[in-house]
Design a binder for this molecule. Structure first.
Ligand SMILES: *[C@@H]1O[C@H](CO)[C@@H](O)[C@H](O)[C@H]1NC(C)=O
Ligand SMILES: *[C@@H]1O[C@H](CO)[C@@H](O)[C@H](O)[C@H]1NC(C)=O
Ligand SMILES: *[C@@H]1O[C@H](CO)[C@@H](O)[C@H](O)[C@H]1NC(C)=O
Length: 409
C-alpha cells in the first residue's frame, strides 16, 4: 500500500487524459445504494474490493502512461502536472461586499461585480502552448495580437483570420494571433459555444479560453488573465496589440510603426493608442459605463488609451502585470490599464493613426468606407465583418490610386 500511495498522487494529475475510464472507487451513488440495501458489512466489503480494483487499474495505467511519458517533452509534462480544471477550488462569493454602503441601491450587475471582484484565478479551458515558440528561433521580431472576442462572435474571428489578424511574416516581423474568450450562456447553450471554440482551436490554434462569464464587466479580468498567460507562454513577444474584434486594425502599418521604434526592441516602455486625458467616471446609473463611487472614488481617471486597440511593449506588459497584483480590479479594462501605468509612473502616449471612436471624414460627399481613408491609419472602430473583409482587400489593391481624390477635395 505504501508504494501505491505516491503512485495515486502522481495519477491524479494525468487521470484527466483517461476521461473514459471511471474509477469505481468514486462511484458514490453505487456505494450508498449498496449500503442501504445489503447492510453495512456487505457494503464495506464491496467498497474495499472496489478500492483494490481501482488500485490495480492504476498500476496498469501507470505502466502504460510511463512508457508514453518518456516521449513527451518536458514542457508538456509541466502542463500535465497541473491539476485538472474540476479539481481547482472555485472562487467564493465575498458576502461582506453586501456591507458596502448603498450596496442594494446598485444595479445587479454591479453587485455581482463586487461579490466576485477579488477572484483573479480562473482555470483555462483552451490554450495554445506553442503559440510563440516556433518562429522565435528565426531571430525575427515578434508581434502578438490579442483580440478580445466573445464566444458567439464566430463570424468576426473568421473574417479577422483572413484579414488583418492573419498570422504571417510581415515586413520581417512575425505576427501571431490569439483570441481571448470566457464562457457565455448556461446549460446547453454554454456547452455548444464551448464546443464551437474547441473546434476552432483545433483547426486554427488561436483561442485562449478561461472559465469565467465573458461579460462587459469582466473585461479587466480577461485582460489580467491574458497578461499572466503571456508572461508564462509568450514572454518572447516583443510587442503586443490588444483590441476588440470589431475594429479595423491596419497591422501592416503597425509593423512599420513598431520597426521605427529605434532602439526599443520591446525591452523599453511603449504604450500607445488613442490617448484619453481627464476622463471622469460616469455616475449616471443608466449608462453602459456607469461606475459608482463604491467601485471608484476618484473623480478623475489616470490617462489611458481607448480599449478599441492599443500597442505596447513586452517591458510594459510585464510592468502592468506586476502593478495589477496590488491594484483592485475595476471593470473598465482600458481605464484599469491606465491605473497600472500610473502606479508604475509610465505614460501612455497618443498615436495619431488610432481612431477608436470612428473616422472623421472631411466632407459629406466622400464615402466613409473609401479605402484611401484607411491606408494611412493604424486603427478604426466599429466595423462589421463584411466591411472589414472588403476594406482589407481594397487597401491592398495594386491599382488603388489615392493621389487623384485628394486633389478633388
Ligand atoms: C470582501 O468585501 C469587503 C467589503 O468590500 C472587503 O473589505 C474585503 O476585503 C473583501 N474580501 C476579500 C477576500 O476580498
Ligand atoms: C439609479 O439611481 C436612482 C437614484 O439613486 C435610483 O432611484 C434608481 O433605482 C437607480 N436605477 C438603477 C437601474 O439602479
Ligand atoms: C465574472 O465572472 C465570474 C465567474 O464566472 C462570475 O461569477 C461573475 O458574475 C462575473 N462578473 C460579472 C460582473 O459579470
Amino acid at each position: 500500500m505504501d508504494r501505491l500511495l505516491p503512485l495515486y498522487t502522481h495519477f491524479s494529475g494525468v487521470l484527466k487524459h483517461f476521461e473514459n475510464i471511471r474509477c469505481p472507487q468514486v462511484n458514490m451513488e453505487k456505494v450508498s445504494w449498496m449500503y442501504r440495501t445489503r447492510g453495512r458489512r456487505r457494503a464495506l466489503e464491496t467498497a474495499a474490493l472496489l478500492i483494490m480494483n481501482s488500485l490495480c487499474l492504476l498500476v496498469i495505467l501507470k505502466i502504460l502512461v510511463h512508457e508514453n511519458c518518456d516521449k513527451i517533452t518536458s514542457q508538456k509534462m509541466v502542463r500535465e502536472a497541473q491539476p485538472p480544471a474540476t479539481m481547482t477550488p472555485t472562487c467564493e462569493q465575498n458576502m461582506s461586499a453586501a456591507n458596502i454602503e448603498g450596496f442594494f441601491t446598485l444595479p445587479t450587475y454591479i453587485q455581482e461585480f463586487l461579490y466576485y471582484r477579488h477572484c483573479r484565478y480562473f482555470p483555462m479551458l483552451l490554450t495554445v502552448p506553442n503559440k510563440c515558440s516556433i518562429p522565435k528561433g528565426s531571430g525575427e521580431p515578434f508581434f502578438l495580437l490579442a483580440i478580445k472576442s466573445s464566444p458567439k462572435n464566430y463570424e468576426r474571428r473568421a473574417v479577422l483570420r483572413k484579414t488583418w489578424a492573419a498570422e504571417r511574416l510581415q515586413n520581417g516581423v512575425w505576427i501571431r494571433t490569439v483570441f481571448l474568450t470566457g464562457t457565455t450562456g448556461t446549460g446547453f447553450d454554454k456547452q455548444r459555444l464551448n464546443k464551437l471554440l474547441e473546434l476552432e482551436n483545433k483547426r486554427y490554434q488561436d483561442i485562449l479560453q478561461w472559465d469565467f462569464a465573458d461579460s462587459f464587466y469582466n473585461l479587466t479580468l480577461k485582460q489580467v488573465l491574458f497578461l499572466d498567460w503571456m508572461q508564462n507562454w509568450c514572454p518572447t513577444a516583443d510587442f503586443l496589440f490588444n483590441g476588440d474584434d470589431d475594429v479595423f486594425a491596419n497591422t501592416d502599418n503597425m509593423v512599420e510603426f513598431l520597426k521605427g521604434q529605434g532602439d526599443n526592441d520591446g525591452s523599453k516602455h511603449l504604450f500607445t493608442g488613442q490617448l484619453l486625458l481627464d476622463s471622469v467616471p460616469i455616475r449616471d446609473n443608466t449608462s453602459k459605463y456607469f461606475i459608482p463611487e463604491q467601485i471608484e472614488k476618484a473623480d478623475l481617471y489616470a490617462p489611458y488609451c481607448s480599449g478599441g486597440g492599443y500597442l505596447y511593449s513586452r517591458f510594459t506588459a510585464r510592468t502592468i502585470l506586476q502593478m495589477s497584483q496590488s491594484i483592485t480590479l475595476m471593470p473598465i479594462d482600458d481605464v484599469y490599464m491606465g491605473m497600472c501605468l500610473k502606479q508604475a509612473k509610465l505614460q501612455p502616449t497618443d498615436h495619431q493613426g488610432v481612431w477608436a471612436d470612428g473616422l472623421i471624414i472631411p466632407s459629406a460627399k466622400l464615402d466613409i468606407y473609401d479605402p484611401c481613408h484607411y491606408r494611412e491609419i493604424i486603427l478604426g472602430h466599429k466595423f462589421l465583418p463584411d466591411q472589414i473583409y472588403l476594406l482589407w482587400n481594397e487597401i491592398h489593391r495594386k491599382d488603388l490610386d489615392c493621389a487623384k481624390k485628394e486633389v478633388d477635395l
